[in-house]
Design a protein around this ligand. Sequence first.
Ligand SMILES: Cc1cc2nc3c(=O)[nH]c(=O)nc-3n(C[C@H](O)[C@H](O)[C@H](O)COP(=O)(O)O)c2cc1C
Length: 190
Amino acid sequence: MDLEEVIFRRRTIRRFKQDPIPSEELKKLIDYARVAPAGSNIQCVEYILVETPSMREQMFPLVKWASSLPKEERTPESGREPAAYIIVLVNTDIKKSYFDYDVGAAVENILLGAVNFGIGCCWMGNINAGKIRRLLEIPENYEIKHVISLGYPDETSKMEPYKDSFKYWKEGNEMHVPKRDLADIIFKIL
Ligand SMILES: Cc1cc2nc3c(=O)[nH]c(=O)nc-3n(C[C@H](O)[C@H](O)[C@H](O)COP(=O)(O)O)c2cc1C
């Protein structure tokens, strides 16, 4: 897949097939994150990979899905949960502040890399960080920033032209995600 195809194909996926993702592919995604840009090249972003069924089961209630959808459409049904999770951490012994852009760049590398492997992802900020810290025994010098839920897609998602709302919606097994038009976001060309 060429880069443009990867960029345009990437959509958030929230329903997953239960086939396992090869560990080597998950590690490769973290390797893509490893080489992302970082302010002053100070590399403070670290990761926990959650693959085993028992840990996945315990992680599932600690992330919240699709707050824009009606309640009954938000959460993946039984048998459609993520096949893996990547927990995105900041090691505050390495950097104390100004790391959110580093996290964003690293996560985007993971999401784009996943498209190329046919893996779907959901970047998640609505998480129970306290319970995740206890479950995964994450020391206090790590900030828990985000969770990426991953798996082979069991739903489709397409972009729609933005009209008057940023709200995404679901019809059957397909998500619809409005995106603003290019002409509307180029504020000026000088
Ligand atoms: C910082 C950030 C946090 C997000 N947190 C969540 C979340 O907690 N739960 C969820 O279901 N989706 C979450 N998303 C996914 C967004 O809802 C999704 O990116 C958006 O609707 C656009 O869809 P697209 O990724 O397919 O372009 C998050 C995305 C970002 C960038």
